[in-house]
Write a protein that binds this ligand. Sequence first.
Ligand SMILES: Cc1cc2nc3c(=O)[nH]c(=O)nc-3n(C[C@H](O)[C@H](O)[C@H](O)COP(=O)(O)OP(=O)(O)OC[C@H]3O[C@@H](n4cnc5c(N)ncnc54)[C@H](O)[C@@H]3O)c2cc1C
Length: 457
Amino acid sequence: MVDVLRAKSMPQAGGGHGELRRARPAAVLWLVYAGAAAVLALWWFDTPSVSGLGDWLTVAGRITGLLAGYAMVVLIALMSRTPPLERGVGTDRLSRWHAMGGRYAVGLTMAHGLLITWGYAVTSHTNIVHQGVVLVLSYPDVLAATVAGLLLLGIGVVSARATRARLRYETWYYLHFYTYLAVALAFSHQFSTGADFINNLPARILWSALYVAVGVLLLWYRILTPIRQALRHRLRVEHVYAEGPRVVSIVMSGRHLEELETEPGQFFRWRFLTRESWWAANPFSLSAPAAPGGLRITVKDLGEHSHQLIYLKPGTKVAAEGPYGAFTAGLRRRRKVLLLGGGVGITPLRTLFETLEGAPGEVLMMYRASRESDVLFRPELDAIAAARGTRVHYLIGARRSGGPNPLSARRLTAAVPDLAERDIYLCGPPGMTAEAIRGLRAAGVRPRQIHHESFEF
Ligand SMILES: Cc1cc2nc3c(=O)[nH]c(=O)nc-3n(C[C@H](O)[C@H](O)[C@H](O)COP(=O)(O)OP(=O)(O)OC[C@H]3O[C@@H](n4cnc5c(N)ncnc54)[C@H](O)[C@@H]3O)c2cc1C
């Protein structure tokens, strides 16, 4: 079936010419900062004078509140799965920004509540607890916002690394949906009690437009687009076959797949519509270039959901959301490339190895595996390498065997002497990628040359 996929493989989208729209990460960050500056300007022009401790605290509370409200929309927009963001910034980087921004948003929200209450307490010569009770009981919108703040704090705690590690992925994921409830609950208090909005109609209109725009992105890309794709492409499982120990390849057929404009290196979130697994949408990269009638993924049994996929029956309906991710030819800045994979992280690299343009020797592959039997796609990789006039460097050996580190600068440079002149595409388990980054950096490869896809959000 792989041969069938390959024989019919369609022109690949985004073959390095940047014809698909991609947001540049730096531009996205500047836009976010510019928005924050505009929020501060709103406060600045609305604040004639500040006098006394109570005033200063209240003003600090207003600034943190405005920034928290702004941060919430930005955080949601980052996760809206808007294609130019997904293709240009990439899902894992967006997730990192989201996680980091989430900490600021929770911190700003807590600071906002505390500073405003404290400021009012100082101005009205009462204590902060009494003032807090008065605010919550006198203003229903403030009560709703307080509940929202507590919800956000709870989500922040659940997302902290130590707590998250103890939760099932799905539990953590679905708890996150309470963010939307928190945003809805907090919205009205901004206009009914927010000094920057009460008498400023244009500000209210712009602020609402921001929230509505992000709401529309969410509705469109996270709900309507996946439903439309499922109905249009009618994906079904064709074959499931063993690819290695606890690893299967799943080949799917469907209609109009060229409309997806899938780029080699990208992934989808796959929902297999069986009784056991319809509720989970897990990310898996394509392990072969997309063909007009078929897509292939290769899955390692690493947990409850991936284990069930081994038993999928031909004919099972599939809903695929995507394509997502920026681990594509779009990242390439140099003619010379090294694809460096470990374990099941080879999947997106195998697709890139087949499709990246390059003269013999320009596109090389290194593949790290603990044992010979763990090497996936060996015949396919060797055939692609032969067609490219090169060969794959297999780095085989158990992690803790006590032998020399195959990812040390010396070993990497011995295998690929012009390493420092190459773009590196890296994908593998966290320990292996950390080791590889150390070796690459010691070999003179600069951070901006290393393009890393993480299999963990
Ligand atoms: C961009 C990307 C591409 C990937 N490509 C492949 C691939 O080609 N082949 C392959 O075998 N694996 C791939 N993975 C990893 C794969 O998604 C996880 O191994 C799988 O989802 C584990 O789910 P589980 O229920 O079996 O295990 P669990 O025990 O439930 O989860 C194990 C870990 O997998 C991650 N995970 C679980 N569910 C999700 C989810 N819905 N979204 C994001 N992360 C999740 C979490 O980090 C979790 O801690 C990829 C992951 C990412 C992020």
